[in-house]
Design a protein around this ligand. Sequence first.
Ligand code: TMP
Length: 240
Amino acid sequence: MTIETELKRGEMFYEGKAKQLFATSDPDLIIAYFKDDATAFNAKKRGSIEGKGAVNNRVSQLFFGLLESEGIRTHFVKRLNEREMLCRRLQIIPVEVVIRNIVAGSMAKRLGRVEGEVLSRPVVEWYYKSDALDDPLINDDHAEVFGWATAQELARLRELAHKINRVLSNFLNHRDIILVDAKFEFGRYHDEILLGDEICPDTCRFWDKATRAKLDKDRFRRDLGGVEQAYQEVLQRVSR
Ligand code: TMP
């Protein structure tokens, strides 16, 4: 059987705010379809960003390829078309990993810090992946006691988050982009933990190095205008 015949899109088994996931005839593989739908504040704000799905698919593929070349294992298998990516099927760990280099967003609000404060070292935070609860901030004890991740897994997630942050920050710096913060999701795949989900302007904060202009979803969240242009700008810079 050729790989193309194996890749028939099967049942949609999950629909998130930005992606649909489809089964394939191989139980280890899924197809991710990237939508233009955009939400913020746990879907209290809804809209659409034209071309976002194509940009996020492309940018994520580029980052996954880069990370793989640095020895970080990801769910990415191959690009299928403008909006679809073939991925390994993970058992998602329900702990969203945020790593921050500069204060912004919820950290500024929660801790009363000024957006733009450069942290003396990257800070890792865990959030419990639950739409019903608005993804609350949690600590190691919560994750372990409620069985969301083991202590060993948390240690591995922390180590991977720092490594991914270093690789991405360095790559983006050469393209005049500051990686302010990022959110990663990981999953179990046989005996490994792989990086999953997507890495794109929806899930990271990107600031222009010279002007600190926002080149990410904060343009949508905060009604700053120029949303589509910002996504295209990121795509252009990371593609060069
Ligand atoms: P925050 O400052 O709002 O907590 O966001 C931290 C990072 O996580 C930021 O790069 C955006 C990303 N993020 C998501 O990917 N999904 C979400 O639902 C939220 C709230 C943030």
